[in-house]
Design a protein around this ligand. Structure first.
Ligand code: ADP
Length: 398
């Protein structure tokens, strides 16, 4: 069985074609600037040079068609015809309270995803465009939706309720949802395998640290709390997002600077985080370099970042009444030994000890805790596309 995994943004489309017999990626690629001058498709067949197609992509339907052409192209393709693609798995950002699992897409499912557009106005409409484009170009091929929020639907009320007037939860569904669910699920399952323990009897804290970041408490295979909330703005300090802030500081700045709601929203999402504190960059590599060269604000940004992650790990160890494993994943979590060390240095009270040599390695799943560590610590590369493909296959097999 071959499954096409799609992740549609408002002007982009990422794809992977995965052979489910081997779980190998046959080809992957990215369409950029859809509907904008200068569109391009970068297609990467496994083990071969990438090819660039720069025909104009007027909309997502055109892009899906180009991707299928590339996948079936006699020279750069990896399948003979579209008929070899058995299903499409879509990443959908927000499933609201409707979806606690992945589902086969039906008209009812589309209606529910539409209802969640208000909650993720930048993402869900783009995800829907991708779904409709596939319905048009690949009629009859089953499609599955895998939601970023679904894994966190097991959070108890005490973790998802905000202390706001209850009517806003009832009227507008204002509550904590959490994101990166596919990643937290994947790496927590992998950690249980690496410990040779049953997933449903393990307490794991997963740290997805990329441009956006979140920490999740996974108890017995279920998310019981996570740092992102109603939107991906809550929680950790991120590349450009502020994370937790006293809301009164926000209204204070708005008054002082005469800012509109949209202007303040832009500051909190795009100009804050480690970029805001350091003034250097949103990329942790640049900030680490600046800090090494004595930039005080860069150093402060890294300090604030690591301290906040460590505090959440402590909080989640309390929430689960213990922790067996801590997992680091995503761009920063997988690649920055310095950041992992800075976070773990706070966790002596849990008996966390890091092995310096293993912590310096990269590129594969490995344990970085020392043999005397009371909590095991892992670095596990995340693979959201594989989870989407596996869920799609599982639903089709049923
Ligand atoms: P996204 O949230 O966009 O998916 P990624 O998971 O790809 O983000 O993570 C991207 C971030 O990872 C980059 O902004 C960078 O800060 C960080 N990163 C990647 N490699 C390194 C590295 N070697 N050292 C430090 N930070 C890194």
């Amino acid at each position: 069985m071959k499954i096409l995994v799609l992740n549609c943004g408002s002007s982009s489309l990422k794809y992977q074609l995965i052979d489910m017999e081997t779980e190998n990626v046959l080809a992957k690629g990215l369409c950029e600037r859809i509907g904008i001058e200068g569109s391009r498709l970068k297609h990467q067949p496994a083990g071969k040079e990438a090819v660039i197609f720069d025909d104009y992509q007027e909309n997502h339907s055109v892009s899906v068609k180009m991707v299928l052409d590339a996948l079936t192209n006699p020279e750069y393709g990896v399948v003979k015809s579209m008929k070899e693609i058995n299903a499409v798995g879509h990443r959908v950002v927000h499933g609201g309270e409707y979806f606690a699992n992945s589902v086969i897409i039906t008209p009812e499912v589309i209606e529910a995803i539409e209802k969640c557009c208000d909650l993720a106005p930048l993402h869900n409409p783009a995800n829907l465009i991708g779904i409709h484009a596939c319905e048009e170009i690949m009629p009859g091929v089953p499609q599955v939706a895998v939601f970023d929020t679904a894994f966190h639907q097991t959070m108890p009320e005490r973790a998802y309720m905000y202390a706001l007037p209850y009517e806003y939860y009832e009227k507008y569904k204002v509550r904590r949802y959490g994101f990166h669910g596919t990643s937290h699920r994947f790496v927590s399952e992998e950690a249980a395998k690496m410990m040779d323990r049953p997933y449903d009897q393990t307490k794991t804290i997963t740290c997805h640290l990329g441009n956006g970041g979140s920490v999740c408490a996974v108890r017995n295979g279920k998310s019981i709390d996570t740092t992102m909330g109603f939107t991906p703005l809550e929680g950790l300090v991120m590349g450009t997002r502020a994370g937790d802030v006293d809301v009164a500081a926000v209204t204070y700045i708005m008054k002082k600077e005469n800012l509109t709601v949209d202007e303040m929203d832009n500051i909190l999402n795009k100009k804050s985080g480690v970029l805001g504190i350091s003034g250097v960059s949103s990329d942790f590599r640049d900030i680490e370099e600046a800090a090494e060269h004595g930039n005080d604000r860069a150093e402060t940004a890294l300090d604030v970042f690591a301290y906040k992650v460590a505090k959440r790990i402590g909080a989640y160890a309390a929430a689960m009444n213990g922790v067996d494993a801590i997992v680091f994943t995503a761009g920063l979590g997988e690649n920055s030994g310095t950041t992992r060390r800075a976070i773990c240095d706070y966790l002596g009270f849990l008996g966390v000890h890091i092995d310096s040599y293993n912590n310096s390695l990269r590129g594969k799943a490995l344990e970085i805790s020392a043999t005397d560590s009371r909590v095991r610590v892992f670095v596990i590369p995340t693979n959201e596309e594989l989870v989407i493909a596996r869920d799609t296959k599982e639903l089709l097999d049923k």
